[in-house]
Design a protein. Structure first.
Length: 369
């Protein structure tokens, strides 16, 4: 992996970079669509390429349980298995294990949990997490971590952070695939001292890149921005920074302004399947009755194929009729919207007008579509 920092904004922490990986080049800032189970829901790989996605995320926890990482290895790795030729990042499964609070037990060796599929008892350690991700063959693998809940007291946050650091060291020792970059994950909940300590500890491990975990877990957005602002001075400028699990348009632009290079989230496809789409003026719930006779595009200012060809009324009809095409069209539009937003941010950083770009976006966003 090679990360090239091409331009730094003079009035914010925004950065323009290029991430060179075995399966291609990723222009940053970048948003990664989430393909949890080796597929981005409702989207084909060709459509993802068409709308501009350069890297996607797949989920270690889910692929470990089904179909199993050895089957993916036998298929030639994730790229061959899912027919995706561009880069892939696999998360560690730490957040999924965190979300299974009632059916998992964390100990120093790793995490024992109950499969949500068949109820079987399973176990993931830092070492097995590396074995799984190396079998999957992603371009970027994430270290196994423990995510703190929100709210969380200082003692509990420190305990989880310390274990995350120890697990990161074990992941580094176990990771042997030279064509795969291993990223550490900064934890520490919402405590300034812990976040800075976590960043410094992981930076000393000299990993190729760094994720920022444990945010977007129910806290107010201003609190998330405050944490990111504290972290930026302690993150190495020459390495990529990845804010995990964040994908609303406003958070993407605020994150970029605070020095983030990479993002991922299930949000755009999840809300799409529920009949909600992004527009220049905010979210539009196209399944609502008010759009039954609205023959405008989802977003009149959008140039995606969906907005060029279909009306709100038609897409609402598909949603109400429970047609599969509804989820395909809304998902395509939402992912295109975010890719277009990120392209605009990259150009704005290059031209020295990122803050103007951000302000112009917020002048319109959150109005009534």
């Amino acid at each position: 992996m090679q990360f090239i920092l091409k331009k730094k904004d003079e009035r914010s922490e925004a950065r323009r970079g290029e991430l060179r990986l075995p399966h291609g080049v990723v222009q940053t800032p970048a948003f990664m669509p989430v393909g949890t189970q080796a597929t981005v829901k409702a989207m084909s790989p060709n459509e993802l390429e068409e709308l501009g996605a350069e890297i996607i995320l797949s989920n270690t926890y889910h692929l470990f349980l089904r179909p199993g990482h050895e089957i993916v290895r036998e298929a030639g790795g994730l790229h061959a298995f899912m027919n995706w030729k561009r880069p892939v990042l696999t998360d560690s499964g730490g957040f999924q294990v965190f979300s299974l609070a009632k059916i998992r037990k964390i100990r120093e060796e790793g995490v024992e949990f109950q499969s949500h599929i068949d109820g079987a008892r399973r176990f993931i350690s830092p070492e097995s997490c590396m074995q799984i991700q190396q079998a999957l063959g992603a371009d970027i693998a994430m270290a196994f971590d423990e995510c703190s809940p929100y709210p969380c007291d200082h003692e509990r946050a420190r305990e989880a952070m310390g274990r995350t650091h120890r697990w990161a060291a074990r992941c580094k020792a176990a990771h042997a695939r030279e064509d795969q970059a291993l990223f550490g994950i900064v934890q520490g909940a919402f405590y300034k001292d812990l976040r800075i300590e976590s960043a410094k500890t992981l930076v000393e491990m000299d990993l190729p890149g760094y994720g920022i975990g444990g945010l977007s877990v129910g806290e107010p957005k201003p609190l998330m921005y405050e944490v990111l602002g504290e972290l930026s001075p302690h993150m190495p400028a020459e390495k990529p920074r990845y804010l995990m699990g964040v994908g609303s348009p406003d958070c993407l632009l605020e994150g970029i302004a605070l020095g983030i290079d990479m993002f991922d989230c299930v949000l755009p496809t999840r809300i799409a399947r529920n009949g909600t789409v992004f527009t220049k003026y905010g979210r539009l719930v196209v399944r609502n009755q008010s759009y039954a006779r609205d023959f405008e595009p989802l977003d009149p200012g959008c140039d995606c194929p969906v907005c060029k060809s279909y009306s709100r009324a038609y897409i609402r009809h598909l949603i109400k009729a429970e047609e599969i095409l509804a989820a395909r069209l809304t998902s395509y539009h939402n992912l295109y919207f975010l890719q277009r937003l990120m392209r605009g941010a990259r150009v704005a950083i290059e031209e020295g007008r990122f803050l103007e770009y951000k302000d112009e976006f917020f002048e319109n966003y959150n109005q009534n579509p």
